[in-house]
Design a protein around this ligand. Sequence first.
Ligand SMILES: [Ca+2]
Ligand SMILES: [Ca+2]
Length: 139
Amino acid sequence: MGVVIIDGSTIRDFVNDEAAFAKAIDKGFTDLDLNNDGVLSRSELRKAFESLRLIEAHFGVDVAASPEELTRLYDSIFEKFDCDHNGTVDRQEFGNEMRKIMLAIADGLGSSPIQMALDDSDQNMIKQAADLEASKRPA
Ligand SMILES: [Ca+2]
Ligand SMILES: [Ca+2]
């Protein structure tokens, strides 16, 4: 368990680093596509958002949200991702929407850093953004 400090610029730098971001999207997509059919289903995408812990804060969900409310939230997220409304999210839809969400989170954070506790095994996008920033910091 480690604690990382992130602010808007941490996330923005990560999204704007095309190689790093594309790699993260590829890896994320592959990890989430549990049945390896090349697209993300509703439940596969939901898992992604349950692991990306900032999302609930970002969408303004009360911590005491009921399971029904959470399901509605995840359904609405899925609709956002599924641009062409064919019922699945392909790699490009995933990358496009992740970029928007990450930038929206960055705007929400602004320049006030927040601390996040992350397991070392976590490989979510926020952690990757923090790792990228750490790797660029002079030793
Ligand atoms: Ca799948
Ligand atoms: Ca689609």
